[in-house]
Design a protein around this ligand. Sequence first.
Ligand code: CP3
Length: 343
Amino acid sequence: MSTPLLVRALRGEPVERPPVWFMRQAGRSLPEYRALRSSRSLLQLARAPELTAEATMQPVRRHGVDAAILFSDIVVPLVGVGVELEIRPGLGPVIAKPIRTASDVRRLRPLCPEEDLPEVAEAVGLLRTELEVPLIGFAGGPFTLASYLIEGGPSKTQATTRAMMFGQPALFCELLERLAGIAAASLRAQVQAGAAAVQVFESWIGSLSRPQYEQYVAGPTRALFDQLTDLDVPRVLFGVGTGHLLEAMAATGPDAIGLDWRTSVADARERLGPGIALQGNLDPAALLAPWPVTEREARAVLVDAPETGYIFNLGHGVLPSTPPETLGRLVELVHGHKLEAIA
Ligand code: CP3
């Protein structure tokens, strides 16, 4: 099989048009997902290979996106190593016993994907035969996972997390190193089972200053990427509100950076140079406006985009109230992009 468009774009190779996929393309914006989910929890879905495969394929079938992303959640590998948690609808992951002490951190053991989460590789295996587009594997970044474990649940400011960073810096580093190891093991297993690219969702790093990011998070992130170098699949690093962190993120070694809507693609390209691909960054809220507005905003992103090393996406996940038709129209718009430019 020839190299998929997504993989070529992530590697900065020539492409006929930008590939398009959406973060959180599977999930509540789709009625068929809500039907699948109505009688079971998200964790049950994520641990049943046939259902995982079905949820992964739903947005590909409906929207015609150029990539699938494995249906799962960033906290699934934590469940695999025995962390007690639930995902509360409308809220997010809630941890039964938040991590605060040295013994809490040391209880967090390494992930052994074959034993702890064999169903993930099984789901990827099913998808490998059924999908006609490449599959993106993913994991949570060390800071984002740490923030859920320390806060005990979603937090707007990550204040308890940063308090631990200041108050117990050595312990905080140890926690991030362990989490980077868990993320790397999970991604390796997904790639070995058939994922063609991986994305690290380091969603909440925007709450750190650049010196804080460089001192505490860049090291474990680099270690995470280093553990995947031999696999020869492109690696994306995404975070929200990272305009002040881009150079430091790029220095950890990903092949691409995912941008939110606050930083323009042109600005990021100018700062990071052509050696790293860029992904993003239409504001997900623009998909809730009437189509002419969504279209105008999408075109503004595309006009800004470089010819190579660019993947169209949103600046964060699809909002649950997004009309599915709007996602389909966006895919058509991006697919027609180069043809229009030539005409
Ligand atoms: O389509 C895809 O992108 C794949 C599936 C996916 C999910 N979670 C499924 C999910 C992915 C890539 C994630 C990543 C994830 N999970 C992140 C990083 C991405 C981001 O948004 O920044 C984070 C921070 C989480 C933790 C988490 N899980 C949150 C904050 C929530 C939302 C709570 C809510 O209900 O609004 C979840 C739950 C979750 N994960 C849903 C889905 C489809 C919600 C729907 C449901 O409960 O069925």
